[in-house]
Design a protein around this ligand. Sequence first.
Ligand code: HEC
Ligand code: HEC
Length: 429
Amino acid sequence: MPQSPRRPALTALALALALGACGTDLTNPASGGASAADGQAALKGSLVAVGKAIFHDQNLSLNRNQACVSCHDPAWGFSSPESRINANGAVMPGSVRERFGSRRPPSAAYATMSPIISYNAEDGTYVGGNFWDGRATGERLGIPAAEQALAPFVNPVEQALPDPACAVFRASRGTYGGLYRNAFGTAVDQIAFPRNTDGLCAVEGSTIALSAPDRALMLLEYDKMGRAIASFEHSPEVNQFSSKYDAVLAGQTTFTPLEASGFAMFNTRANCSACHPSAGPKALFTDFTYDNIGVPANPKNPITRTNPLFRDLGVGGFFNQPGEWGKMKVPTLRNLDKRARPGLAKSFMHNGAFKSLDEVVHFYNTRDVLPACETTPSPVFGVNCWPAPEVTENVNTDELGDLGLTPDQELAVVAFLRTLNDGWVAGQP
Ligand code: HEC
Ligand code: HEC
């Protein structure tokens, strides 16, 4: 995409306003005396605490077997922890285990920094939102991550609860019910849930019978859950900025010569920073724009196995605009290589088509240099050919595809990317 400055990430103030209960500015100490500020800090702390509890609660799924953390594990940079799945289809099963969506879980870290989606006419791109296709726009709650967080509970291929009332009911009666009321107040206790609510919540297709005023109250509670999850996701426990890269910037350590040359390459010939900007101490390595970089289909993805002609239209599908077909949100590059143990598998891109960073960088470097696999005798993916893009429309051919990097320069870029894993400790390479 073009190099002009894009929209800034959500400011701390805008975010605090969006997350704050009752519109309170949670971060501005000037908005009250010492005790008011203390009270606000406590409220912020309790929102984070209940958000964390909800993020980890498997009871908030149809079969009580899946939480957010099941697909967004901290030891894996808040992405998928299933090595075998990552090595293959890359799509995590839902609470109903034989059911799958079509995309791989991106990192849930740094997602709170994405602004409300908008169209930048100058650059010709959407900017902001959450999900690969931006459909958690942020317009309703003021922050995409709070809206995103409400989708998985009732998504049939994820946590699969039959009614948002089930999430509110089970969370407010969970082991962290006290935390819940600390953060959200006791309005939830005014809702007359039917006596068999818990049982109904374990049965697909149920609706929880609530009076119209009670349903409205329940939906307010549900929104509070979304805001609390976003508060947790915005906390330093998730957005850590604790990688070797951050330590280098803070003057605590230095890059190896290979990493340093990779960083230079990233910003120059490899042109990665055009879409994954690296400027500034808290660089997010995404500008939250959308692009079709021509990723091929992942033949092992469950959706492609069912329908080899499946095409994920990305943000162009969501907005029903052919000119945007195939464009996916530029993901952060932080935590790319973070995994529970070396040797376990991760996958990359919306459909999990790539399995290593070497493969990714080689793709950017040679997509338009190697012939198409479809026309190559004995094709070997990435060695003597690349498969056709999953979506052939709107492929970006200006900024990637033929970078002219040598194999050593490719290795250097990969070495740099590995410095972006959070949790670096002094003394490590
Ligand atoms: C079954 C696995 C699964 C579960 C459970 C799950 N997610 Fe996700 N998550 C995904 C997938 C897949 C995507 C991408 C979906 C898409 O783009 O359509 C995603 C996307 C996201 C994103 C968007 C990141 C971005 O940069 O746009 C965030 C944030 C996130 N999930 C947080 C959560 C939270 C919070 C929960 C619990 C309420 C949760 N997820 C439950 C698989 C899961
Ligand atoms: C024109 C914009 C653009 C440029 C330039 C660009 N990227 Fe990307 N990058 C994207 C988009 C968009 C995606 C997601 C594509 C998809 O899933 O289909 C992506 C995905 C990735 C991923 C996968 C991340 C994940 O969590 O799955 C990596 C790694 C990556 N890029 C690294 C790089 C590197 C290294 C460079 C430079 C060689 C680079 N990118 C240049 C737009 C860009």
